[in-house]
Design a protein around this ligand. Structure first.
Ligand SMILES: [Zn+2]
Length: 361
């Protein structure tokens, strides 16, 4: 490189940047294809974000930008060309996608492809800051607070968290301070919040509850180790996930698609609403799982271990005679519950169901 003339060095950098933009567009296209095929779920990751960070090694911020940018170019295919030309960068795309989702969530409506295309046209060749300003003026009610939440580790056992409360939220904190004034007079805000958190967790966290007759700990079950019953589909995913969904399909089989989706929704049994599973059983199976998704990729043996959107699943489907005995229950995250259901009902049915839950499940 030392032998390059200045002109040749500059030309080489320009060519590398052009190559980088082409590669970036290519990576986004590939991320979208992985997402469409749900390959990350099969590998044991509960989300594209988690796969990008833990499997591909991106930093969290880099993964987030690519995930959001990929979703936006999927929604507005014309944007991909502008990634390649450099008119739209990852940061700008991520900010636009984040704001669009915030606005859609706030208004409970979907922003059209035409509007998204118009938004992108306005932020072309903008810096991330310029795009932020434009987006805030277009969607003032969905714009994030000027003061962002910040979390910093400042020691082995200390984390500094900067929050911005609304007046109503701060009034609640002050009320907690009043209620705890006999025992926590002069306590820090962190101590007050901790006390409130303990009250919540004691009530809501199954890992904190006592169980009358917990089942004996046992090795995690392999997703594909169970031999399917005669006539039962053979899938790479755990056969257990057929239970609730099978019952759900039965409910909606003769109705419109929306009925199927409703049936599926009602029968996926979030941790707090599992039908016919007693609270003590729910707590036991939750504790047995360690409060983490029990899905294991049959090829890599990687366990998901997600702690979000956990649901109770029947190993032997209820629709096929499965019981609510503890040995027949386990915990899956929503992504893996849906993934297994997709194997049973097909992609088209589950795509409709996913759309009723979240476009980012
Ligand atoms: Zn999972």
């Amino acid at each position: 490189m030392l032998t390059l003339s200045n002109d040749n060095l500059l030309a080489a950098v320009r060519k590398l940047v052009t190559d980088e933009r082409r590669l970036t567009r290519n990576i986004l296209d590939h991320i979208n294809e992985v997402d469409q095929r749900r390959l990350h779920v099969e590998l044991g990751y509960s989300s594209i974000f988690e796969w990008l960070v833990k499997d591909l090694g991106y930093s969290e911020s880099a993964a987030y930008r690519r995930m959001q940018a990929a979703r936006l170019i999927r929604a507005v295919p014309g944007a991909a060309v502008k990634v390649e030309s450099g008119e739209l960068g990852l940061s700008v795309l991520a900010k636009v996608q984040t704001m669009i989702r915030a606005e859609e969530k706030r208004t409970c409506s979907v922003i059209s492809q035409t509007t998204k295309t118009e938004i992108l046209a306005k932020v072309e060749s903008c810096s991330a800051r310029e795009a932020e300003v434009h987006l805030a003026s277009q969607f003032p009610d969905s714009a994030p607070s000027n003061v962002q939440e910040k979390v910093h580790a400042i020691g082995q056992d200390l984390v500094r968290v900067e929050l911005t409360f609304t007046s109503a939220q701060f009034e609640k904190l002050k009320r907690i301070e009043e209620l705890l004034s006999h025992t926590h007079l002069g306590s820090s805000k962190a101590a007050l919040i901790e006390t409130a958190m303990d009250v919540f967790l004691e009530k809501k966290d199954p890992l904190r509850r006592d169980v009358a007759k917990p089942r004996q700990p046992q090795p995690l079950r392999e997703p594909a180790h169970s031999e399917p019953a005669p006539g039962e589909p053979r899938f790479g995913a755990p056969p257990s996930t057929q239970s609730n969904t099978a019952a759900a399909l039965k409910i909606g089989a003769s109705s419109a698609d929306v009925s199927v989706a409703e049936g599926l929704r009602k029968n996926f049994n979030p941790i707090g609403t599992a039908r016919q599973v007693r609270p003590s059983q729910k707590v036991s199976v939750f504790k047995n799982s360690g409060g983490r998704c029990e899905y294991i990729d049959s090829k890599t043996k990687r366990r998901c271990e997600s702690r979000h959107l956990l649901e109770i699943d029947h190993i032997q489907p209820r629709a096929r005679g499965g019981t609510n005995e503890l040995q027949n229950l386990r915990i899956l995250c929503r992504s893996h519950n849906l993934f297994a259901a997709q194997k049973i009902f097909g992609e088209s049915t589950m795509a409709r169901f996913r759309s009723t839950l979240s476009p980012y499940s």
